[in-house]
Ligand binder design. Structure first.
Ligand SMILES: Nc1nc2c(ncn2[C@@H]2O[C@H](COP(=O)(O)OP(=O)(O)OP(=O)(O)O)[C@@H](O)[C@H]2O)c(=O)[nH]1
Ligand SMILES: [Mg+2]
Length: 396
């Protein structure tokens, strides 16, 4: 990602689903007017989901996910299905491509997408073979209740209508989700206390900080930033206490001690818990810490795949805090990136990171999975605030 790009996690994710050879990759190339996906007459050309960031006329920044066809033949078929299922977890809108009459596995997959409440735009890629387009369209409508958009991906026909349907399918609240919500408004002074310790990347700020700063500027707030050791001076330089103070979870207790009582306090992780996930579910999850005992098993899921530096939050800080409270024999498993287990039954609590590298849809799908299996789930910032006894002082 270059600094000029909209972060991938913030883009609308459009997943393309369909049987092998239906023309999914060809359609992506046509829509993006680029040769970004490999196409061929061999079924199973795309074997793993491919993510491509794109700017689309009328839609803006988005990510196309070219998936592997979901036919289930052979061992490769099984792998394709797994990778395509994973792609559904990140999909905001699904293009569902057929090139002929519906088959049973089309229907199964339509149902799977519908169950996940993903808006679906069904596309008939008429490769020029079907002179019975009208019948296919009618048949499709009768069976699914959905209206097909007919295109010819190779000749780039029908794409305007498809774009219109795509724009109409963008979830209404897609752009309105905010990081700081009602915590501050135009003209408010917001103090950002951001320790730049050993675990901070060299020469730059981490994504949640950059995104929060950008939002504050857009909202016309006055943002002031300092490191923890300069917080007193920063406060003294102001005529009145800031409306809001935002800090890192790790600096929370220190900042809380210095905080003027008029100022609200929150952390980047708490803000992102709400922005990227479901804070109410996380609050419930934090309460489950009380029922942990020495035989409990906790899963800590980190999205980033970076190699931990210094006192990493997920592998060092949180385990230390938890074991101090619950006991040394508490079992903790750490996973990274996409390796989130499907079966969560062996865990008593799941703690997820802020999710800055993943889109909201994906984090919500993790929360859903935990909810469905009745396993409490919470996140880094909430746990640290809870274990430091300051959760009731956090604003969100
Ligand atoms: N004539 C014609 N051929 C097409 C059209 N769309 C796709 N094809 C051809 O159909 C074949 C399969 O297209 P792909 O885009 O690779 O299909 P896919 O759905 O991505 O297939 P997998 O990656 O194998 O799942 C290629 O040879 C394409 O050139 C079309 O609109 N017209
Ligand atoms: Mg393909």
């Amino acid at each position: 990602m270059s600094l000029n790009d909209t972060p991938r996690a913030n883009r609308l994710h459009i997943g393309i689903f369909g049987r092998t050879n239906s023309g999914k990759s060809t359609l992506i190339n046509a829509l993006t007017e680029q040769d970004i996906a490999i196409t061929s007459p061999v079924a199973g050309t795309t074997t793993d989901a491919v993510f491509k960031s794109m700017e689309i006329k009328g839609i803006g920044p988005c990510v196309f996910i070219d998936t592997a066809g979901f036919d289930d033949e052979g061992e490769l078929g099984k792998l394709r299905i797994e990778s395509t299922k994973k792609a559904t977890q990140k999909t905001d809108i699904a293009l569902f491509v057929i090139s002929d009459y519906l088959a049973q596995n089309d229907l199964d997959w339509l149902k799977l997408l519908q169950n996940k409440k993903i808006p679906i735009i069904p596309v008939l890629n008429n490769k020029g073979k079907n002179d019975n387009v009208k019948n296919i369209e009618k048949d499709f409508k009768n069976i699914t209740g959905l209206e097909l958009v007919t295109v010819n991906a190779k000749d780039k026909r029908g794409l305007e209508e498809l774009r219109t349907r795509l724009i109409a399918a963008i979830p209404e609240d897609y752009d309105s989700i905010s990081i700081t919500n009602n915590l501050c408004k135009e003209g408010d002074v917001v103090l950002l206390v951001m320790p730049q310790d050993i675990s901070a990347p060299k020469g730059r700020l981490i994504l949640p900080q950059v995104q929060t700063l950008r939002e504050l500027l857009d909202k016309k707030c006055i943002s002031i930033s300092c490191t923890t050791d300069k917080m007193k001076e920063a406060l003294n330089s102001l005529k009145k206490p800031p409306e809001l103070i935002i800090t890192d979870s790790q600096a929370f207790s220190e900042v809380f001690k210095l905080k003027p009582k008029e100022s609200k306090l929150t952390s980047f992780s708490v803000l992102f818990a709400n922005y990227k996930g479901d804070i109410n579910e996380y609050m419930k999850g934090a309460n489950a810490i009380e029922s942990l005992n020495e035989n409990s098993h906790v899963l800590i899921a980190e999205c980033c795949t970076h190699v931990p530096v210094g006192e990493d939050i997920g592998t060092v800080k949180i385990p230390k805090l938890l074991r101090k409270k619950v006991g040394d024999s508490l079992k903790i498993t750490n996973v990274r990136g996409n390796d989130f287990p499907k079966d969560l039954s062996e865990y008593d609590l799941i703690i997820s990171c802020g999710g800055c590298m993943f889109n909201r849809k994906y984090i919500l799908s993790r929360i859903d999975s935990a909810k469905n299996q009745n396993i409490p789930i919470t996140n880094y910032g909430i746990v640290i605030a809870y274990l430091n006894g300051i959760l009731e002082n956090v604003s969100f």
